[in-house]
Design a protein around this ligand. Structure first.
Ligand code: AGP
Length: 617
């Protein structure tokens, strides 16, 4: 999923676009490029690699001046990461230039048509086809750029967020979106405009933003403002300006070596911010507008279907245990990418909860649209305010984790579990499936979680020592039972995605049905063995591992002695209700993966081949 940035206004565009690309580099870092109009000429610099490589290339190749500029940081889909496939792409005439985030599915057939009309192509990308299609329409129909973009996009199948300008009319930039996110920042006096995949590239310049909806395009004119239209029928759309809630400090490292470490340490505050105003222990109530306003939907639901991807799917799995245990409602947890194509049975009596940090994950968005088309009620749990999934949902609840920049999700996971736990407790109260004393106990315990997370974070030094021991392992197993089985999956995912060590998470009891064959003195096994959850059963699993010489790293409740006597290493977490233990047991696993990846000199915040939000399928 690429990052796109643009600027048109009185300032120099180059520094704004380049700094903006650095803010969006978590979206893709295979190549980077920029196009500027310097008053006479269109200047383009692009290169395989990071934005820093682009700065180096640009300083040698182009005059970095001009008041209009567009830039791109790439996550390769069509065409390998190399200089020629990098964006921006210029049309055959050299007049039009484009940046694009998304995939044009019918680009091959469009390309063949254009070739028959004399167009030639340098790259293997779908995007170069699109800019030449726009050029061809502009010529054939003799229309302005905006109209040409609209006509061309009506011939396109796929997903896109694009920005295009014509060197002969540099006071105008045309943008459009379908499926991929696009925000426009409006300068205080409407005398300058910023274009970006999300607001982080322009929050230091303005708090006023317009989020384009699907199938919308905008013509942005210097000194003349913005005109938004529907791509399908060219109809005008009102411009809805939102005030941004995030600030610059939130998207900077704040003295930490990596965003991931900062975000791990932000979890006490993130969890507190997430339950603030919702968890009212004094009145022993939970108040969430999205739930209160739609309580009937939840109470009359035949089942709850949870759809998500990656770490968000793991949060959904924890929620399945919590909802079924507390609220006695059947829950199904679905990989969004499978659910959307499985022709699932969905009815109007289904509530679908879509979990997504970015709120832009294409498969989750498509799963929502499918369920909505069959009458299900859609409840979104997102972190990014104003994101596509938030806007597509019938109702929802934000996790207030603040911007999550590190590609490996951490604070989003624990705040997702916090929101889902609040919902389950509220439903249980409404359904009377929990006694008022139990309810109060859960509220008080949840309120204490941030303090207990702080305590768990104090094991950082010990976990560094343990990481040193196991950093060269080529495989890891993670085991957990009940609420902590999904945490085992999450721990394995964290290690895989940032250290590139192969790891698998398993229900502890499932080990005997296969994975136990992998165990020998070279296999580290992380076992979550907290006091209140099937403890004795987990202890027997540990003995089974020990008898095969596996190396055991136990995540245990403070004061544990039994596992301490069996394991090679133990990491303690404070005691809490088993149902809330995933909020604590996940912390040591996040830190273990972080320290191992740092020791292996991996790029922790931007792991290879990954991107923060997967906006294409
Ligand atoms: C997790 O660390 C990964 N970045 C990835 O699995 C992520 O959870 C997944 O892509 C879902 O993203 P979302 O929550 O933004 O929808």
């Amino acid at each position: 999923m690429c990052g796109i940035v643009g600027y048109i206004g009185p300032r120099e565009a180059y520094p704004i676009v380049v700094e903006g690309l650095k803010r969006l580099e978590y979206r893709g870092y295979d190549s980077a490029g920029i196009a500027l109009f310097d008053g006479t000429e269109l200047k383009v610099a692009k290169t395989k690699g990071k934005v820093a490589d682009l700065e180096d290339r640009a300083s040698k190749e182009i005059t970095r001046h001009g008041n209009v500029g567009i830039g791109h940081t790439r996550w390769a889909t069509h065409g390998v990461p190399n200089d020629v496939n990098s964006h921006p792409h210029v049309s055959n005439s050299g007049e039009l230039v484009i940046i694009h985030n998304g995939i044009i599915e019918n680009y091959e057939s469009l390309k063949q048509e254009l070739i028959t009309r004399g167009y030639s192509f340098q790259s293997d990308t779908d995007t170069e086809v699109l800019i030449n299609l726009i050029e061809d329409v502009k010529k054939q129909e003799n229309v302005k750029l905006g109209k040409a973009v609209q006509i061309a996009l009506n011939q396109v199948i796929g997903a896109y967020a694009i920005a295009v300008f014509d060197k002969n009319k540099p006071e105008e930039v045309v943008v459009a979106r379908l499926g991929s996110p696009l925000a426009i920042g409006i300068g205080e006096n409407e005398d300058e405009f910023f274009i970006a995949s999300d607001a982080s590239p322009f929050i230091e310049y303005t708090k006023n933003a317009v989020y384009l909806e699907d199938e919308e395009m905008a013509v942005i004119r210097f000194h003349k403002g913005i005109k938004i239209r529907k791509i399908k029928d060219d109809s005008l759309v009102d411009t809805y300006v939102q005030e941004l809630q995030i600030n610059l400090e939130q998207i900077e490292k704040g003295g930490y070596d990596h965003f991931m470490l900062k975000e791990i340490h932000e979890q006490p505050k993130a969890i507190t911010d997430t339950y603030r105003g919702r968890l009212l222990t004094n009145e022993a109530i939970i108040k969430m507008a999205g739930i209160e306003d739609n309580m009937k939907k939840f109470l009359n639901a035949d089942r709850i279907i949870i759809v998500a991807c990656g770490t968000s799917w793991h949060a959904g799995l924890v929620a399945e245990y919590i909802f079924e245990n507390l609220a006695r409602v059947p829950v199904e947890v679905e990989y969004a990418s499978e659910f959307r194509y499985r022709n699932p049975v969905i009815t109007e009596k289904d509530v679908l909860i879509a979990i997504s940090q970015s709120g832009e994950t294409a498969d989750t968005l498509a799963a929502i649209k499918l369920a909505k088309s069959k009458g299900a009620f859609i409840f979104g749990v997102c972190n990014v305010v104003g994101s596509s999934i938030a806007r597509e949902s019938d109702a929802g609840a934000y996790t207030h984790a603040g911007p999550e920049i590190g590609v490996a999700s951490t604070k989003a996971f624990t705040t997702q579990i916090t929101v889902l736990t609040l919902i389950a407790l509220r439903l249980a109260r409404a359904k009377g499936t929990i006694s008022s004393s139990d309810f109060r106990t859960h509220l008080l315990e949840l309120e204490m979680i941030p303090k207990k997370v702080e305590k768990a974070l104090q094991s950082d030094g010990l976990i560094q020592t343990i990481s040193e021991v196991y950093k060269n392992a080529s495989n890891f197993l993670y085991l957990g039972r009940g609420y902590n089985f999904p945490v085992a999956l999450e721990g394995a995912l964290k290690l895989k995605e940032i250290s590139y060590i192969h790891a698998e998470g398993y229900p502890a009891a499932e080990m005997k049905h296969g994975p136990i064959a992998l165990i020998d003195e070279n296999m580290p096994i992380v076992v979550i063995a907290t006091k209140k959850g099937h403890y004795e059963k987990v202890v027997s699993n540990i003995q089974e591992i020990k008898s095969r010489k596996g190396k055991i790293i136990g995540v245990v409740t403070e004061g544990d002695t039994q596992v301490k006597g069996l394991a090679d290493h133990v990491i303690e977490v404070p005691e809490t209700l088993e149902l809330l233990s995933p909020l604590l047991t996940t912390i040591p696993l996040q830190l273990l993966s972080y320290h191992i990846a740092v020791m292996l000199d991996k790029n922790v915040d931007q792991p290879r081949n990954l991107a923060k939000s997967v906006t294409v399928e």
